[in-house]
Design a protein around this ligand. Structure first.
Ligand code: ARG
Length: 477
């Protein structure tokens, strides 16, 4: 008793069957499909659309299938898709009465429902992984809140920071990734079931009930929108593309920092490779593959958008083609998120090198200019110019060391440029040029001063606790 037997006279060409089948990636919606059928059958029973006795037999078969798992389906291309395979299973154990299961339901509203059910589980899992990564970063940041490092703009020495401050920057970007998913979840967790093929049904179905049973927040209000909208997928995949680009940035920094030229970190052996010919090599292959694989997600986003953009309302089979790309995105995101988290949390930061770089290349120059503004009310633009000239002077004279310049030297340049001396106290100059003091003085909100890193770490811990608690609460339902 195949669906083809009514309208069509011949079996599908084997190649066409394989071409159109969604067998391979329908495994991702197996559980959701069984749940969807259970909810629908319970509703049909409750509303007396299907006899209680028959509904119970169908439900029993569905629960059995849930227990036995995906393999019990013996799913193959001839089944066309998971919905037909599940129906075949139920028919096998219940007989012809199983046919009532599809009353007031179409594969179109079913697949839309299944995708939303499976995707929300994945969002939840990815969110937990993000929270765990942030948690680790916060701990590492607190540990390194006094460890001086150099901050770059244009990949040139900029200003001094702490390694803890840098790690908290990662944590903040991941927090936004988390929140983006949280927001998208609201638009994923809506119920299309009851939309039917495209125009609902004449049976007195109860959409509130299936919404409640399946744990959706609400039902989708238009049946045509219900079966054909996939923007919830585009939205989540966009979130994951952003997340993956943030992870890629982290991987890229680990690659750079572990190079001899930077020597700022050591990636642990567990996340490194060597060369088959160069015995000295320790290569950051894992980080490089994070960088490479993160591109897949953005590529898949483009593919999904291209599939979607020209499809007229309502269901068209092209929609099926989105699904493998969605699951590829999910698998890749899970993989790069997990490995980036483990790898980043096990790096060893080289303190001496961080301090060495912070002392070099005029990383404290801004603070010398700031000192002129603070102590002598010099307009910042003029102070900026004086320090710029000081830097030039130091650069063209091998005997000069920027960290050791004194009041006399500053005045020589200031007089040449403005005609006035500044007479800055030497102890204040020394303090401004000292990277450790320098970082300590940047104690405004958002700054790298240890107490500010500590504050932002504490705030982040509060956020983490709140979100973990909510997750535990939701799982109880
Ligand atoms: N495998 C299909 C999909 O993923 C299920 C819906 C099939 N509907 C249809 N009218 N052929 O989209």
């Amino acid at each position: 008793m195949k669906i083809r037997d009514g309208r069509l006279k011949k079996a599908m060409d084997e190649e066409a069957a394989e071409f159109t089948s969604s067998v391979e990636f329908d495994k991702y919606i197996f559980e959701s499909d069984v749940k969807c059928n259970i909810a629908h059958t319970l509703m049909l029973k409750e509303e007396k659309i299907v006899d209680e006795e028959i509904a119970d037999k169908i439900l029993e078969a569905l629960f059995k299938l849930m227990d036995e798992g995906y393999d019990a389906l013996n799913f193959n291309h001839a089944d066309e898709d998971i919905h037909m395979a599940v129906e075949k299973y139920v028919i096998k154990s219940v007989g012809d009465d199983a046919g009532f299961m599809h009353t007031a339901k179409s594969r179109n509203d079913q697949v839309a429902t299944d995708l939303r059910l499976s995707l929300r589980v994945k969002i939840d899992e990815i969110q937990i992984s993000i929270l765990e990564f942030i948690e680790g970063l916060v701990e590492l940041a607190i540990e390194h809140k006094n460890i001086i490092s150099i901050g770059y703009t244009h990949l040139q020495h900029g200003q001094t920071i702490t390694f803890g401050h840098h790690l908290m920057a990662y944590a903040q970007s991941l927090k936004r990734d988390y929140e983006r998913l949280k927001d998208s979840y609201k638009r994923v967790n809506l119920n299309p079931l009851g939309s039917g093929a495209l125009a609902t049904t004449t049976f007195p179905i109860n959409r509130e009930l299936t919404t409640k049973i399946l744990g959706f927040d609400a039902y989708l209000e238009n049946s045509m929108d219900g079966v054909s909208s996939r923007d919830f997928i585009v939205e989540v995949v966009s979130d994951l593309a952003i997340l993956s680009s943030n992870l890629c940035k982290i991987a890229e920094e680990l690659i750079m920092w572990s190079s001899y030229e930077f020597r700022l970190i050591e990636i642990s052996d567990e996340f490194s490779s060597t060369s088959s010919i160069m015995p000295q090599k320790k290569n950051p292959d894992v980080a490089e593959l994070v960088r490479g694989k993160s591109s897949i997600i953005t590529g898949e986003l483009m593919t999904i958008l291209m599939i979607l953009k020209g499809i007229p309302y309502t269901y068209n089979r092209d929609l099926q083609e989105i699904n493998p790309h969605l699951w590829n995105v999910i698998e890749n995101t899970e993989a790069i998120l997990s490995i980036t988290s483990k790898m980043t949390l096990s790096i060893n930061f080289k303190k001496e090198r961080g301090l060495e770089l912070a002392y070099k290349n005029f990383a404290t120059a801004t603070d010398l200019a700031d000192l002129m503004v603070k102590e002598k009310k010099t307009p910042f633009r003029i102070a900026h110019q004086i320090v710029g000239r000081i830097v030039n002077e130091v650069n063209s004279n091998d005997d000069l060391d920027f960290n050791k310049i004194d009041s006399e030297f500053v005045d020589k340049i200031a007089i040449k440029l403005t005609g006035k001396s500044l007479s800055l106290p030497n102890d204040l100059i020394k303090k401004a040029l000292d990277p450790v003091q320098n970082v300590k003085s940047r104690n405004v909100i958002g700054g790298p001063a240890p107490e500010m890193v500590e504050l932002s770490a504490k705030n982040m811990q509060k956020f983490l606790k709140k979100e973990y608690d909510k997750k535990i609460q939701n799982n109880k339902h």
